[in-house]
Structure formats: structure tokens, C-alpha cells
Design a protein around this ligand. Structure first.
Ligand code: M6R
Length: 614
């Protein structure tokens, strides 16, 4: 989604802006722009397309001496189109019609049409199709002699979400920042401040960040940062240290971030597990759960709310909670949670799963669950993200920044955290110490087993090359591997643009089987877990329709060779761990198919890393 950066300091402003824009690219975008003040006017450069194009434009302008590079303040943006096509006119920053004010904006102004009409009647003309240009004109209209007051007055008229940075020619050394529902943080460097929508993008400048809350306003000058809320009450926001290393957002020799992140998993899973298992008591220690055993014993129902891959991790969690804790559990698409009016009470544990911690629908589900009195726990990767801060309980993944748009290492860490949570809750319900100890040992073994899957990468690549030409694919699974079938299909379609669908294996006969023929391969997850004998029946049904079959099978299960066109071998583990290992094999499969097809793997078309609008 859109990325925002603002800078006040003594470095060459356009260099900082371009550098951070490059680091924001992974989030997905289709146009980019920046602005610095030059000879008492905004010097704005924009492109439809990539940041490299913007950098070229800046250099051209500099060589013609048309671009001042040392202004000390500036703002920039990568735009993922919502209102209007990804054209230069619609790209940010946007100026008001008098040329005195400028804005970069993430989010959506829902009442922009009526505001635009109002502005038109007042003689303020918008050139672009964007809601953001409406907002900057509204700020201009409200201006008397102080930018922050104008911003507050304008925001009071607005319905929707925003993360904004605004600048005004009358007060050139000041940036005004505000947020509601769109993430924005302040990076506090040595005599410089960076304002950004994503902490990982500014790690090479500073690790000290201040997280703004909804309805906060920050007024930033070279000497000072003032924070208050939209009611004009002064507020103090905590400063945190982000412990991610700047090299975590480098490719480190890998061709793509996605490949790097797949191969990082033995380490990221170690980080997820570290210090969280108690072998002696056969349980896990999750301090962020922040709950006494008796309170855990009182939980009667669990709801997991999430989107995309995080929702599929939640579906694996549903099996864990029901199998290990005997607690009725359901998974809700987070957008549905808010509008469906689910039954929730104080004995409900609502778990929001989100890598970014910024997904708008998941955040809304958290707020709704809190409103209804549930206990709310966030499972997030990004430290200090909005969902993490909104939840009273929280468990971080510690997987490090995930840059590839297709989620990989976050999924395996999410599933691992859910398993550790189920272990903890289970031990406050019916789970025995002995089973708990066994589970602790299985969890400890995950990183090593994932490493074994990664060692089969070149065999998986060979299979992937063989099928890279296909137009359609089905993934089928049962039990713990049903959500993994959905995730395998999601991964393949996201990055290779092959039409891929995941089904419960039993569902095939209820319709999708009509599509099978020799051109539609079926990836059948037939590892050695309960339900395997049934899936063998389903595989035979596919073969009878001439569909090629790729099977994921437990190492040593040689009898499956007879019914498979190709096999991806998965180490033998307890069935609780199987989904993690199988997902890793399917990540590699999707990656190598997409690579063979020459796709843009880290930034697939139309996709954004973090979906911060409804
Ligand atoms: O940041 P979140 O985990 O909340 O994001 C949820 C989905 O947008 C995300 O998992 C998406 O489906 C990924 N592109 C999947 O690879």
C-alpha cells in the first residue's frame, strides 16, 4: 500500500527521501513523487511507475540546476491507486489550488465527494481524481496563521482514515503530521526527524521511534517535536527502540527477498520459539498472554480474526485449539467479523493474527471484539504496530522484517506461536503434562526439520519447472493440511499469476472436479497424518480424470510413488508440525514456478504488502 516519508534535518533531503522510498517499494505501489521547498515554492517531481524513474528525474533536474537539494525539509510518497488511475496527476504529493500547501496522504477520505463539491463552490479547483487533493485544499481553506490549527480544523470535517504529512510555504521549516487508522511513526535521529509509515524503512537512520496514536497530531521543526491530540490536549508518546538490524532489509545475496525469507525460516523459527518453552512443566511461557492459569481455564471460546495468509495460519490454529485445549474455536475473515455481529463475551478470547499489524480489517475486528467485551490478543510481527498496541495481550513473532509481498516466514512463525498458545491454554484445560512435554520437544525440533525441507529445494525446483507452463492448478488437503492446501494455492496465484484454488479434498467431488483434465495438475497433500487413506482415494479420482498429480508425502512413504506423477518429500514429524514443513515446500514450489515464468516475485502486480484500507 502507499508509503509515506517526511524529513527534517541537515542531510541532502532528496537523497534521504529517495532512499526511504526505495525501502518502501516492497509494500507495492504504482506511482511515486517527492517535494522539497526551492526558492519559496514547492518543487514537486512525480512519476507514474517506479522510484528508479523518480530518481532519474531528480538527477536530470539537478543537472539542469532546477532542483535544490539542500532544503532540509521534504516529503515523499509511493501511491497504490485507490481514487483514480496511477497517473502523474494522481500521484502524491498534492498541492492546494493556491500552491501554498502540500500533502502526502495514506488512507481514504470517505466524504471526499461532498467536500470536493463544497471546495468547488468556494472556487478551489482540484486537478486530480484523488481524495488527498481535497484534503489539502480543505486545510488551505482553514488556514489563518498556523498550520497545525488548520490541519486540526480540516480533519474535524473529514470522515475516513488518514496518515498525513503537511507543509506550508509560510512556515517552511515545519511539518505537521496526523494519523487516524493509517500507520505513521516518527524516527528520532541525531538532529534529524524522519516521519514514515513503516519503521523498517528508516532503520539505517535511526532505531529510536515514537509511535503515534489515532487522532494524534505532531508538529515537527528542526528544534522540537510537539505532540497533541485533535482536541488540542498535549500528549506524550513513548519512544521505543526497534531491535531489527538494518541488514534484515537487504537481499544478502539472494535473488529475491521471498527466497531469502524462505531460507531464513530455520533461524526465524528459532527466534519465535526462543525462551518460550518449559520442558519441565510441559508447557510454553508466553509472557505477552499476560493471563493467570485460572483466567485461561475460564476461556470458553476462541475466535481468530485475520486476512489472507494470516487467516490461513489461524485456520491451522483452529485445529490446535480444538484438539489440544477442547475449546470451541472459529476463524473469521476479519472484514466479516465487524459486519456480521458475532457472538462474543468476556469468556471469549479473540485472537488477531497479522504480520504487519496494520491490516485495516483486522484492526477493525480487534476494536469490535474489545467493544463486545472479549479478551483480545494480537499475534503480530511488526513491533509497535497498531494492532499490537491496540490489543491488551500480545505475542510477537520475532521473525524480523518480511519484505516479500508473499508472506512466508511470517506464516510459519504464526503457526508456531498458535501451537505454543494452544499448548499453554491446553495445559490450563485437559492437556496432560506428558503430552505437553512431547509437544515441547516437537516444537523445539521445528527449525531443524524446516532445514531438512530446504535441503530438498533443488528437487522442488525441478518439479516446479516441469509445471511452470500450467494455467490452472488445484491444491487439496485434509485435516491439518487443509489450510495448508489453501495457503499453497494462495502462494502460487499471488506470485506466478496461475489460477490456483485450494480445496478440502472431500470438496472436490462437489463441483471442482468438473474442471479436471490432463492440463490441470492437482497438488495433493498426502503426508502421513490422519485422513491420509482418504486422500489417496481422492488422488485416484483425480488420476481417473487424467489430472497430473503432485503429492507431498512423508519421507519413506514409498507406496505413494505408484500414484504420483511427482513427489515433494517432507520429513516425518508429529502431525502438529506437518503443516509448517509442508507450507515451506509449497512456498519453494510457488517461488520456482514464478521464477521460471519470469514474474516479479517480490512485488507481484496489483498486490500490496499491507492492506491498510478496507
Ligand atoms: O499483515 P497481515 O498479516 O495482516 O496481512 C494479511 C494479508 O494481507 C497477507 O497475508 C496477504 O494475504 C499476503 N500477500 C499473503 O502472502
Amino acid at each position: 500500500m502507499c508509503g509515506i516519508i517526511g524529513y527534517i534535518g541537515s542531510r541532502k533531503t532528496e537523497e534521504v527521501l529517495l532512499d526511504v522510498l526505495h525501502k518502501l517499494e516492497y509494500r507495492g505501489y504504482d506511482s511515486a513523487g517527492l517535494s522539497v521547498i526551492d526558492k519559496n515554492k514547492f518543487n514537486i517531481l512525480k512519476v507514474s511507475g517506479k522510484v528508479n524513474g523518480l530518481a532519474r528525474l531528480v538527477n536530470q533536474e539537478k543537472s539542469k540546476k532546477k532542483f535544490l537539494s539542500e532544503s532540509g525539509t521534504g516529503i515523499a510518497h509511493t501511491r497504490w491507486a485507490t481514487h483514480g488511475a496511477p497517473t502523474i496527476e494522481n500521484a502524491h504529493p498534492h498541492m492546494d489550488s493556491t500552491g501554498q500547501f502540500i500533502i502526502v496522504h495514506n488512507g481514504i477520505i470517505e466524504n471526499y465527494a461532498s467536500l470536493k463539491q463544497h471546495l468547488k463552490e468556494k472556487g478551489r479547483k482540484c486537478i486530480s481524481e484523488t481524495d488527498s487533493e481535497v484534503l489539502v485544499n480543505l486545510i488551505a481553506e482553514s488556514y489563518e496563521d498556523n498550520l497545525e490549527n488548520a490541519v486540526v480544523a480540516a480533519l474535524k470535517k473529514v470522515q475516513g482514515t488518514y496518515g498525513i504529512i503537511v507543509q506550508c510555504l509560510n512556515e517552511p521549516k515545519k511539518l505537521v503530521v496526523a494519523r487516524l487508522g493509517s500507520p505513521i511513526i516518527l524516527g528520532l535521529g541525531e538532529k534529524e526527524t524522519l516521519i514514515c509509515s513503516d519503521p523498517s524503512a528508516i532503520l539505517s537512520y535511526t532505531r529510536k521511534v515514537m509511535f503515534l496514536d489515532d487522532e494524534d497530531i505532531a508538529i515537527i521543526t528542526p528544534e522540537n517535536i510537539e505532540t497533541k491530540n485533535i482536541q488540542n490536549v498535549s500528549v506524550t508518546r513513548e519512544v521505543s527502540k526497534i531491535d531489527w538490524e538494518p541488514q534484515a532489509i537487504q537481499k544478502s545475496g539472494y535473488e529475491h527477498f521471498m527466497l531469502k525469507e524462505i531460507f531464513e525460516q530455520p533461524q526465524t523459527l528459532k527466534n519465535t520459539i526462543r525462551g518460550r518453552l518449559d520442558e519441565n512443566r510441559g508447557t510454553s511461557v508466553l509472557s505477552g498472554l499476560n493471563t493467570q492459569p485460572r483466567e485461561l481455564a475460564d476461556i470458553e471460546r476462541i475466535i481468530l480474526a485475520a486476512c489472507g495468509t494470516s487467516m490461513l495460519a489461524g485456520m491451522v490454529g483452529e485445529y490446535y485449539f480444538e484438539d489440544l485445549c477442547d475449546i470451541p474455536t472459529e476463524v473469521e475473515q476479519a472484514a466479516e467479523f465487524r459486519y456480521r455481529n458475532p457472538i462474543v463475551n468476556s469468556r471469549t478470547l479473540a485472537i488477531a493474527v497479522s504480520q504487519s499489524g496494520e491490516t485495516a480489517d483486522t484492526l477493525a475486528a480487534v476494536k469490535e471484539a474489545k467493544q463486545k467485551g472479549a479478551q483480545v490478543c494480537g499475534i503480530c510481527n511488526v513491533i509497535g504496530s497498531t494492532i499490537a498496541r491496540e490489543c491488551e495481550k500480545g505475542i510477537y513473532l520475532h521473525a524480523g522484517p518480511e519484505i516479500g509481498v508473499a508472506s512466508t516466514k511470517a506464516f510459519t512463525s504464526q503457526v508456531t506461536v498458535l501451537l505454543m498458545m494452544a499448548l499453554r491454554l491446553g495445559r490450563s484445560h485437559r492437556l496432560s503434562r506428558n503430552v505437553g512435554v512431547e509437544l515441547v520437544n516437537s516444537i523445539k525440533g521445528i527449525p531443524k526439520k524446516v532445514q531438512e525441507v530446504l535441503q530438498t529445494a533443488s528437487a522442488i525446483e525441478d518439479v516446479a519447472k516441469k509445471y511452470a507452463h500450467i494455467n490452472n492448478a488445484f491444491f487439496i488437503g485434509r485435516n491439518y493440511l487443509y489450510p495448508v492446501a489453501l495457503e499453497g494455492a494462495l502462494k502460487l496465484k499471488e506470485i506466478s499469476y496461475i489460477h490456483a484454488e485450494g480445496y478440502h479434498a472431500a470438496e472436490l467431488k462437489h463441483g471442482p472436479i468438473a474442471l479436471l483434465d490432463e492440463n490441470v495438475p492437482v497438488i495433493a497433500l498426502a503426508n502421513n497424518i490422519s485422513g491420509k487413506e482418504k486422500i489417496i482415494g481422492n488422488i485416484n479420482e483425480c488420476r481417473a480424470r487424467k489430472a497430473p498429480v503432485i503429492i507431498t508425502a512423508t519421507k519413506g512413504d514409498d507406496e505413494l510413488r505408484d500414484i504420483a506423477d511427482d513427489i515433494l518429500w517432507i520429513p516425518s514429524v508429529s502431525e502438529y508440525i506437518t503443516p509448517i514443513l509442508t507450507a515451506v515446500a509449497l512456498q519453494l514450489f510457488a517461488y520456482y514456478v514464478a521464477k521460471e515464468r519470469g514474474c516479479s516475485i517480490d512485488q507481484p502486480r496489483n498486490l500490496a504488502k499491507s492492506v491498510t484500507v478496507e
